[in-house]
Design a protein around this ligand. Structure first.
Ligand SMILES: Cc1cc2nc3c(=O)[nH]c(=O)nc-3n(C[C@H](O)[C@H](O)[C@H](O)COP(=O)(O)OP(=O)(O)OC[C@H]3O[C@@H](n4cnc5c(N)ncnc54)[C@H](O)[C@@H]3O)c2cc1C
Length: 289
């Protein structure tokens, strides 16, 4: 089938190449549309052909199936335009890197995004997950968002309750976030230092040298997932190529040749053990394709 050039179509691409965990079989069709219109056309194309649809940003919060995906993956991981600044407001394309945007806002004398520097996904992925770190969270700064949902492309104001802990109504398959408008503040002189400190903490605490999807589990109320897992003696526990990180028990890492099945078995083992020993049920934060 002949597809428009604007779709940037490729066939049979291993999801292991598109996700930070580095696991997953092939996706039948991968599209990287080159405009907002092309994204809308790609969604319509998949619907017309009855193709199952998946949406990826940079794939840094994804566990992809060993069986691959017999459908169409839209990959929205590059900016379609530069960020637009008006005073303390910035409008960014959802394909923009969250880390690049945080750095740029700090350079321009703005604050509000400095703690989000180092989150390795896109702006769209961050809005979909309500990403956050070190006290900063997307919902504190997201003012308006341009979404494609139910066939309509519109800007909507963000209301209380639209985003919660690692969840958002602006997440696929409910919606595709196209652009986001953030309300920041003028830097009080501390933003660069805070950003530096957050990056150092990441390097010190996280296993950044091995493939992962970040924190495997959500933070259970009143606890830290990593501390509970560590307390159960699971640091370093390994199934196949999947391991509970020795550096940070909240991360499952791919130590080489891991499959989705290894990672899923390890997730279940951790959940069962932590439940038996502490009575706390851990809920995965990562999304599946
Ligand atoms: C080393 C490491 C450290 C991390 N640290 C943090 C951290 O500190 N804090 C944190 O919150 N997360 C963290 N993460 C997880 C991950 O980076 C974030 O969740 C990130 O926001 C996901 O962005 P992405 O572009 O990679 O999204 P993907 O992983 O590609 O997608 C995640 C979900 O969002 C949906 N989605 C993606 N783009 C859009 C869009 N434009 N519109 C609608 N839905 C969309 C996808 O369909 C999927 O359901 C970390 C991950 C790694 C590997």
């Amino acid at each position: 089938m002949e597809l428009p050039e604007s779709f940037g179509a490729e066939r049979n691409i291993p999801l292991s190449e598109l996700t930070s965990f580095r696991v997953g079989g092939a996706a039948r069709l991968v599209l990287r549309p080159n405009s907002y219109e092309a994204i809308r056309d790609a969604v319509e194309f998949a619907a017309r052909r009855n193709l199952p649809l998946a949406l990826l940003g940079k794939g840094t919060n994804i566990l992809a199936s060993d069986h691959g995906f017999d459908g169409c993956v839209i990959r929205f991981d590059t900016p379609l335009h530069d960020p637009i600044y008006h005073g303390t407001t910035v409008i960014a394309c959802c394909g923009t890197s969250m880390t690049a945007l945080s750095r740029e806002t700090v350079k321009r004398g703005l604050m509000g995004m400095e703690c989000l520097c180092g989150i390795p996904g896109t702006v769209g992925g961050a809005c979909a997950m309500n990403a956050g770190a070190y006290g900063g969270e997307i919902r504190q700064i997201l003012k308006r968002i341009r979404v494609l949902r139910n066939g309509r492309d519109e800007w909507v104001s963000v209301s209380d309750g639209d985003l919660g802990y690692r969840k958002s109504v602006f997440s696929f398959p409910n919606a595709i976030a196209l652009e986001a408008e953030f309300e920041l503040k003028e830097d009080d002189g501390t933003a660069a230092e805070t950003m530096q400190r957050c990056m150092e903490k990441r390097r010190e605490k996280q296993p950044l040298d091995l493939p992962s999807a970040g924190s495997t589990f959500k933070r259970p109320e009143g606890h830290f997932a990593g501390a509970l897992i560590d307390q159960c003696g699971l640091k370093g526990y390994t199934i196949g190529g999947a391991q509970v990180s020795e550096k940070h028990a909240g991360f499952i890492v791919n130590i080489g040749g891991a499959t989705e099945s290894d990672i899923s078995s390890l997730i279940e083992h951790v959940q069962r053990t932590v439940m038996e020993r502490t009575g706390v049920m851990l809920e995965p934060e990562i999304k599946r394709i």
